[in-house]
Design a protein around this ligand. Structure first.
Ligand SMILES: NC(=O)c1ccc[n+]([C@@H]2O[C@H](COP(=O)([O-])OP(=O)(O)OC[C@H]3O[C@@H](n4cnc5c(N)ncnc54)[C@H](O)[C@@H]3O)[C@@H](O)[C@H]2O)c1
Ligand SMILES: [Zn+2]
Length: 359
């Protein structure tokens, strides 16, 4: 499938999805003078052998390996990648393959987008979160000081290859984290997907995940092709993320980090309650959303004394305009709206609801 238009404001992308997608890469490589592969220590061990076996002639000397983890998603690591590319005489006719989770595709995309004013890159996501979210949509970047994704660009890869073969070695925590985003697509825009996964937990979809992953990836592609630069529609992807980011940051600061997906799962419960108050989500649909999330995710616990801090954290989110934070909320299961202003007191009540203190 190739993107059809430039409505997104970004260059078109080739998407290859499903089993055997990797084989198609060989012909693409032939168009470039040199092909480099960016990996972290885990994807070097678990994913590079698969890529080499399926996509043939890659030069082992052109592997760039960086340590894994969000703490290395910074300009220092980007500088290391630029150094390696320079040492190995990469040019604008070269190709960089980003083989890894969201950290590698975000950072490798940024390194490529800026190297000699832009070299081509392709994303081969190897985590569930990467396959349904991070590798798609053209956002590249790194963290800077204490700010997440503070430096970056909107630059599309030449291609994205989504092959579930890589997920075999992914641990449970990472699976669960990506599953929150899959549920999100169901809630905001994809009723058939929700009907398919709604009565299963994340463990129960593992062995039958190919179509679920492809449908989720297609949902994201549909949104970003319409609104690549996040002027409007793309904001629906933020459902669960305003409350979620605040919780993610708070748990990290309190020395007890949780995954992005766990934070988003909690955020989706808070924001579904807000949707029930503000955007017409029925009581029945609210219950349905909560049941589906609770099937895979345990409730987080945090004291009422931090509500004010969580509120302040939502205000630091990029989505504040005027005085009120703007949320993306649900109209029903499968349909959403964006830019809904939410009063601070109502947000606090949504946290109380999450903790079971209020009906
Ligand atoms: N650009 C976007 O639109 C976008 C969207 C969502 C998230 N993100 C970014 O994505 C990042 C999170 O992505 P992530 O959750 O994939 O994290 P990650 O890249 O850190 O991967 C998680 C862990 O899994 C390991 N791993 C990766 N593939 C594996 C495999 N197949 N088998 C075994 N281990 C494997 C990694 O080495 C790492 O330790 C964040 O930095 C976030 O900001 C970007
Ligand atoms: Zn997310």
């Amino acid at each position: 499938m190739q993107s059809e238009n430039l409505k997104s404001g970004l260059n078109p992308v080739n998407y290859w999805m499903g089993k055997d997608s990797l084989e198609k890469l060989q012909t693409l490589f032939e168009e470039f003078s040199k092909v480099f592969v960016l990996v972290d220590e885990n994807t070097q061990k678990y994913c590079l052998p698969v890529l080499l076996e399926k996509a043939g002639t890659l030069d082992a000397d052109r592997i760039i390996s960086v340590p894994s983890g969000e703490e290395f998603k910074n300009l220092k690591t980007v500088s290391f990648i630029w150094e390696k590319l320079t040492e190995m005489a990469a040019s604008r006719d070269s190709l960089l393959i980003n083989l890894g989770g969201g950290v590698i595709t975000d950072m490798g995309g940024f390194a490529a987008a800026t190297f000699k004013r832009g070299m081509s890159f392709i994303n081969i996501p190897t985590t569930l979160l990467g396959q349904v979210d991070a590798a798609l949509g053209g956002k590249t970047g790194v963290d800077f000081q204490e700010f997440k994704n503070h430096i970056g660009t909107f630059t599309n890869p030449l291609a994205v290859v989504v092959d579930p073969v890589f997920l075999k070695t992914l641990d449970d925590l990472q699976w669960k984290s990506g599953f929150a985003e899959v549920l999100k697509y169901g809630f905001i825009m994809d009723k058939p997907l929700l009907d398919n996964i709604g009565n299963r937990s994340y463990q129960q979809i593992k062995d039958d995940s190919e179509m679920i992953i492809i449908n989720s990836a297609r949902d994201k592609i549909r949104v970003v092709e319409e609104d690549g630069l996040e002027k409007g529609l793309r904001k629906i992807l933020n459902f669960g993320h305003t409350a979620g980011h605040a919780l993610e940051t708070w748990f990290l600061k309190s020395g007890n980090p949780i995954t992005h997906g766990e934070a988003v799962a909690a955020g989706m419960i808070c924001e579904s309650w807000l949707s029930n108050q503000l955007t017409g989500l029925s009581d029945e649909d609210l219950k349905k959303v909560i049941d589906i999330i609770d099937r895979s995710f345990n409730r987080l616990s945090f004291p009422a004394s931090v509500f004010e801090e969580l509120l302040q954290l939502t205000r630091q989110d990029k989505k504040v305009r005027g005085n009120l934070s703007r949320f993306s909320l649900l109209k029903n299961c499968g349909e959403s709206v964006f830019d809904v202003p939410v009063e601070d007191s109502l947000f606090v009540q949504s946290l109380e609801f999450y903790l079971g203190r209020q009906k």
